[in-house]
Design a protein around this ligand. Structure first.
Ligand SMILES: Cc1cc2nc3c(=O)[nH]c(=O)nc-3n(C[C@H](O)[C@H](O)[C@H](O)COP(=O)(O)OP(=O)(O)OC[C@H]3O[C@@H](n4cnc5c(N)ncnc54)[C@H](O)[C@@H]3O)c2cc1C
Length: 457
C-alpha cells in the first residue's frame, strides 16, 4: 500500500476512478505472459503526457518504483512490478494523432494496439511492418520498449527500424522529444534507438512517430513440408543464397505441427519432420518469378508436400495454423515458457538439434517454432510450475539452451527481450565492461533507479 499522503497526491492528478489499489483490482496487473507474479501497490491510468510527467515527479520525490505497462503480453516478465510500487498503465493513451501517407508516417500514443495502427493505414493501402504474434493485443509503447519483431521482420526489419521519433517522460518528470517526421535524420545521438528495447527502464514513452510503408502489389504464400529438419533449414539458406529475401520463413517442427493439427484439424502433414511457411511480396511479375525460384529450391531440398495459397482465405488459413502454435502449446500444461534464442542462420539446424537433445535429457516436451530466415528460435516448453522437480528441469534446460546458443555465436533474445527471464544470463553474451556501460546509462537517466527496477540492468 502506498502511503496515504502519496495516494492523495496521485488521486489529485488523476481522480479516484483512474487509481486502483484494492487487492482484487491490482491482482490483474501482477502478471504478464511469463511465469512470475508480483502485486503492485497501485495501478494508475494517465490520459495525457502532462499527467505522466506529474505522476513521475511524485514517484521520484518519494522514490517509488514505477513499471510501465501496455497490454502485459511480455514473454520475459518485463512488465512485472517485481519491486511493487506503481504500475503505470498506458492503455488509456490510445489515440492515433496523425496519419500521413504522403510523408510516410503515423503519429500515435503509446496505448494504441499494433493491429489498430494497421487498420488505420489499410484505407490508404499502407502498412506498419513490425507484426508481433501478439499484434491484436500488444501496444505500440510495449512494442517500442521491447523492440518487438515478428514474422515479416525477415524482409522489413524490427520496430527500431520504424521509429522516427518519440516523446518520452523521464523519471524526473522532464518531457523530452527526439527524432522527427523525417525518414532521414542524423541530428545528434539517435536517442530513439536507445529507448527502443529499453524495457521501460529509461523513461515512459508517451508518443511515437512511426515510419509506414506502401502495401506491396502482390503477396504469395506457400506451406512446404520436409521429412527431415536438416533439409528444412538447408532450404532456408538456399533460398536466401539465391538472392531472395522472403517476407517470412516460419519453421515449425513435427511436435508443433501435430499439436496444431490435434487442436485445429487444418489438414497439415502429420508425418513431416519440419515445415516452412514462406511468404513473398512485391510487384506481381517479380513475385511470381521469385516464388518459382523458391519452389525450385524447396524441391531441390526434398520437399515432400508443397501447398500454395490460391486465395486470401487459404493464405489466412496457413497463417492461422502458424499463429495458433503458442496457444495450442499453452493448453498442454498449466504453464508454458517460450524463449527466443537466436543464432546465425547457418547454425539453425544445429541449434534445433541441441534444443531437442537438452529437453530430451530432462524428459521435457518441446515444440520448436522459428523465424528461420533470421535464426530466431522459439522453443516452447509446457510444464507445471507447481511441480518443483519438473520446474527445476525446465530452468536447467533453458540455462543449457542459452549456453548452447552463446557457444554458436548466437544471442539470448531476438525479439522478446531480457526482462526477468534472462537477466542472469547476460554475461554469456556481454562482457563486464559492456554491462557496466549499460548501468552507467541507466544511472545517468534514472539516478534513483525507480523505473522498472529489478530487470536486466
Ligand atoms: C502470444 C504471444 C505472441 C507474441 N509474439 C511476439 C512476436 O512475434 N514478436 C515479439 O517481439 N514479441 C512477441 N510477444 C511478446 C510481447 O507481445 C511483446 O514484447 C510486446 O511488444 C509487448 O507489448 P505490450 O503492450 O504487451 O507490453 P507490456 O508487456 O505491457 O510491457 C512490456 C515492456 O514494455 C514496457 N512498456 C510498456 N509500455 C511502455 C511505455 N509506454 N513506455 C515505456 N515502457 C513501456 C513495460 O514496462 C515492459 O518492460 C508475444 C507475446 C505473446 C503472448
Amino acid at each position: 500500500m502506498l502511503d496515504v499522503q502519496v495516494k492523495n497526491q496521485l488521486i489529485k492528478i488523476l481522480g479516484a476512478d483512474r487509481y486502483l489499489d484494492r487487492l482484487e483490482e491490482v491482482a490483474c496487473y501482477a502478471y504478464d505472459a511469463f511465469v512470475v507474479e508480483a502485486l503492485p501497490d497501485a495501478v494508475l491510468f494517465p490520459e495525457t503526457t502532462a499527467e505522466v510527467s506529474e505522476l513521475l515527479k511524485i514517484a521520484s520525490r518519494y522514490k517509488i518504483p514505477v513499471t510501465g505497462r501496455g497490454a502485459g503480453t511480455s514473454l520475459c516478465g518485463a512488465s512485472i512490478p517485481i519491486r511493487q510500487g506503481i504500475v503505470l498503465c498506458l492503455s488509456k493513451m490510445d489515440k492515433i494523432i496523425e496519419v500521413n501517407t504522403r510523408d510516410r508516417y503515423i503519429i500515435v500514443q503509446p496505448g494504441v494496439v499494433n493491429a489498430d495502427v494497421q487498420k488505420a493505414l489499410l484505407p490508404f493501402r499502407f502498412f506498419y511492418p513490425p507484426d508481433p504474434g501478439s499484434m491484436n493485443t500488444s501496444t505500440i509503447g510495449g512494442n517500442i520498449a521491447m523492440n518487438a519483431g515478428g514474422p515479416r521482420c525477415l524482409k522489413y526489419g524490427v520496430t527500431i527500424d520504424y521509429v522516427l521519433g518519440m516523446e518520452v517522460v523521464l523519471a524526473s518528470g522532464d518531457i523530452v522529444r527526439f527524432g522527427s517526421r523525417n525518414v532521414k535524420d542524423v541530428t545528434g545521438y539517435r536517442l530513439s534507438s536507445l529507448f527502443c528495447g529499453s524495457e521501460g527502464t529509461l523513461g515512459i514513452i508517451t508518443e511515437a512517430i512511426l515510419k509506414v510503408m506502401p502495401m506491396p502489389e502482390a503477396v504469395k504464400t506457400l506451406m512446404v513440408t520436409f521429412d527431415n529438419l536438416d533439409n528444412t533449414t538447408k532450404a532456408v539458406t538456399d533460398i536466401i543464397g539465391s538472392g531472395i529475401i522472403p517476407v517470412a520463413m516460419e519453421l515449425m517442427d513435427k511436435l508443433t505441427l501435430n499439436a496444431i493439427e490435434d487442436a485445429a484439424n487444418l489438414g497439415l502433414d502429420r508425418k513431416a519432420e519440419g515445415s516452412l511457411l514462406i511468404e513473398i511480396d512485391g510487384v506481381k511479375e517479380a513475385c511470381e518469378k521469385e516464388m518459382n525460384k523458391v519452389i525450385e529450391k524447396v524441391r531441390q531440398n526434398g520437399a515432400i508436400h508443397i501447398q500454395e495459397a490460391k486465395s486470401d482465405i487459404e493464405r489466412e488459413k496457413l497463417w492461422t495454423a502458424r499463429r495458433s502454435a503458442y496457444g495450442v502449446f499453452a493448453k498442454l500444461a498449466p504453464d508454458i515458457v517460450t524463449e527466443d534464442v537466436t543464432v546465425p542462420v547457418s547454425k539453425v539446424p544445429l541449434m534445433i538439434r541441441q534444443i531437442i537433445e537438452i529437453t530430451d535429457k530432462y524428459g521435457l516436451k518441446v515444440g520448436v517454432l522459428a523465424h528461420a530466415g533470421d535464426g530466431n528460435m522459439h522453443p516452447m516448453i509446457p510444464a507445471n510450475k507447481e511441480d518443483k522437480e519438473e520446474w527445476a528441469k525446465v530452468k536447467k534446460a533453458f540455462s543449457e539452451i542459452f549456453q548452447a546458443a552463446a557457444k554458436l555465436g548466437g544471442t539470448l533474445s531476438g525479439e522478446h527481450g531480457i526482462g526477468l527471464a534472462k537477466a542472469e544470463f547476460l554475461p554469456l553474451v556481454m562482457n563486464k565492461d559492456t554491462i557496466d556501460l549499460m548501468k552507467k546509462i541507466k544511472q545517468a537517466i534514472d539516478p534513483d533507479l525507480i523505473l522498472n527496477p529489478g530487470k536486466f540492468v
